[in-house]
Ligand binder design. Structure first.
Ligand code: AGP
Length: 604
């Protein structure tokens, strides 16, 4: 959500800023802009819409500079427009911002009374003018930024250039991600790693209450009393190639194809003597609460099903944005599990902080190493999906489902519901059979594409139905389809449909029925008959076992390979993701960057 890039060095900042913004596009944006700083002053170029618009404008100006900051804006305060796009400026400085200044109207009133005028509808303008106020007083960028930060409520990552120090970038953050790096050609700041990868693999994750000062050959860190600080340098384990499409038409498709490897890489490091290792957790856990947003929350539903099924322990799954405000009942012995791909989701982070404040132990299951959720939780387990660039989360969901399944096996073993040999057998299946079954499904991508086209071409609504774990999967399948194909869809527990929603099922309405739950196959078949008799166009996604044993009354069927029934949901997940992918791609939509969405939702 919003992307920040900054560069100061020996090269022309223009292509570096444009390239950096392009690599951050996946975060979601609706306008973009840059500030170029040189001895000739600061020049601003902004544009509503795509980075191509900005890039064209920028190259038309012929501007070049050795230092600059760039921004992709995802509108929160004020419509997407040139005027609201960042950077925002005064005659002394220009600033880019990710986050929300919650007390901006209060600050604005005060600044107006001091003679400042406001030209945009953004919350950010209050920040730039507040820094300006303190800069006029002290003439010191560092003091000015700390003084302003002390008065700002909300979240921010700032990149700032000052007229009088045109070769220097100042950066600080609170509750919004920002990294800092020193490369051979100069210093960089960025919202995320892909933007710095062409220049270096080493970076600093900027701490809160620390200000970074970057010049062409140095980066220094300063505390709020002006003291100089050291920060630990980290190294990215993945390469530029991993953050590129590598011949796939879209990141989403590439990422779905990475699932078998991602599952293996996630599960393998968690094994000790063939058993899942979660030794960091207390043995005597009270209730388990899984808290997350969107797709990660849907993986939490799979976790609930698995843990309750195998370990017979009750699990509460909650949307983080609700959890944080509803005063949840938490006991000191409880465990709150935060699931997040990015580890920067504002609501998930707030839920984590709330849980900690209640004295409850927290476990983060996160994909991005060193992210805020990972750092603040009592314990962290990393999923090893590698960079996920497409806004629609796919491989991250699959690995989250794998890790919560592994946790379920361990909890079941610990409480005596699974003996050692059965726990080892299930664990081995998760590293071997599951990725193999997913790989088999990937070979059917083209076939799934044709079916997806047939079911979604011209469709305005679509239903997903399933029972048991399939009902969990339907919620995710529906979200995936909605977010990238813009087809309205609903996920329904098949038995619930007839309690109202079946009134929407009329001639030709597509219904995707999921059948991986063998013991519920007959009930599902009745559900399919119910919608079919109302004219639904029915696609079944069924296991080989169900196809062989039952007559499924559907128009089409996609068969998923036979593995242990507990895990047959995994290849089905991949089918559903490919279905959504092809539905979007055949409509010619921007699969990786769907409208209005951001990859990492760093504001409430
Ligand atoms: C999934 O396709 C979405 N883009 C979204 O629901 C996402 O899963 C959610 O915002 C949570 O993100 P996180 O996993 O990074 O916390």
């Amino acid at each position: 959500m919003c992307g920040i890039i900054g560069y100061t060095g020996t090269q022309d900042a223009v292509p570096i800023l444009v390239g950096g913004l392009t690599s951050l596009e996946y975060r979601g944006y609706d306008s973009a802009g840059v500030a170029l700083a040189s001895d000739d002053g600061i020049k601003i170029v902004k544009s509503k819409g795509r980075i191509e618009n900005l890039s064209k404008r920028l190259y038309d100006t012929g501007y070049h500079a050795p230092c600059g900051i760039g921004h992709t804006r995802w509108a929160t305060h004020g419509e997407p427009s040139d005027k609201n796009a960042h950077p925002h400026s005064t005659e002394n400085l220009s600033l880019v911002h990710n986050g929300i200044i919650e007390n901006y109207d209060e600050l604005q009133e005060r600044l107006k009374s001091l003679g400042y005028t406001f030209v945009s509808e953004t919350d950010t303008e209050a920040a730039v003018k507040l820094i300006d106020l303190y800069y006029r007083e002290s003439g010191d960028p560092v003091k000015a930024m700390f003084s302003a930060a002390a008065e700002i409520r909300g979240s921010f990552a700032f990149g700032v250039v000052f007229e009088k120090a045109p070769d220097t970038i100042y950066a600080m953050r609170k509750d919004s991600p920002l990294i800092v790096a020193m490369s051979e050609c100069g210093g960089l700041i960025a919202s995320d790693i892909p933007a710095i990868l062409p220049y270096t693999n080493n970076y600093f994750r900027l701490e809160e209450e620390v200000l970074a000062v970057l010049t062409k050959d140095s980066v220094s860190f300063v505390g709020k009393n002006g003291e100089s600080l050291t920060q630990p340098e980290e190294t990215v384990s993945w390469s530029v190639g991993e953050a590129q499409k590598s011949g796939y038409p879209h990141f989403m498709l590439k990422e779905i194809f990475e699932e078998p490897e991602a599952i293996r890489k996630t599960v393998t490091p968690r094994l000790v003597n063939g058993l899942p290792d979660f030794s960091m957790l207390d043995k005597d856990i009270g209730r388990i609460h899984i808290v997350a947003c969107g797709t990660a929350m849907h993986a939490g539903l799979v976790g609930k099903t698995m843990i309750e099924r195998l370990a017979r322990l009750p699990v509460n799954v909650e949307i983080a944005s609700e959890f944080r405000y509803r005063d949840p009942i938490l006991d000191k012995k409880d465990l709150v599990v935060l699931l997040s791909q990015s580890g920067e989701t504002a609501d998930t982070l707030a839920a984590l902080r709330h849980s900690k404040a209640c004295g409850v132990k927290t476990l983060a299951i996160v994909n991005v190493i060193g992210s805020s959720v990972a750092r603040e939780a009592d314990h962290v387990i990393y999923t090893m999906a590698g960079p996920e660039i497409a806004v629609a989360s796919t491989k991250a969901y699959s690995v989250q489902c794998a890790i919560v399944s592994l946790l379920a096996i361990r909890l079941a073993f610990d409480c005596g519901k699974l003996d050692e040999s059965e726990a080892k057998r299930l664990t081995a299946l998760l590293i071997n059979e599951v990725p193999a079954a997913v790989a088999t499904v990937l070979k059917k991508s083209e076939e799934i594409g044709k079916i997806a086209k047939n079911y979604t071409e011209g469709a305005e609504h679509l239903f997903y139905i399933g029972r048991g774990a399939d009902s969990d999967l339907c919620t995710e399948a529906s979200l995936k389809l909605k977010e990238i194909s813009y087809i309205h869809s609903e996920a329904y527990a098949a038995g619930e449909l007839k309690h109202g929603t079946i009134s929407l099922v009329t001639e030709g309405v597509p219904v995707v029925a999921l059948l991986t739950e063998h013991k519920l196959a007959e009930k599902m078949i009745s559900g399919i008959r119910e919608v079919k008799s109302r004219g639904a166009h029915t696609l079944a996604i069924a296991t080989e076992r169900i196809k062989d044993e039952f007559t499924v009354p559907c128009d089409d069927m996609i068969v998923v390979p036979k593995i242990d029934p507990l895990f047959e949901m995994f290849p089905a997940i991949t089918v559903l993701q490919l279905f959504a992918y092809h539905a979007s791609a055949t409509r010619g939509l921007d699969v990786d960057k769907p409208r209005n969405l951001a990859k990492s939702v760093t504001v409430e």
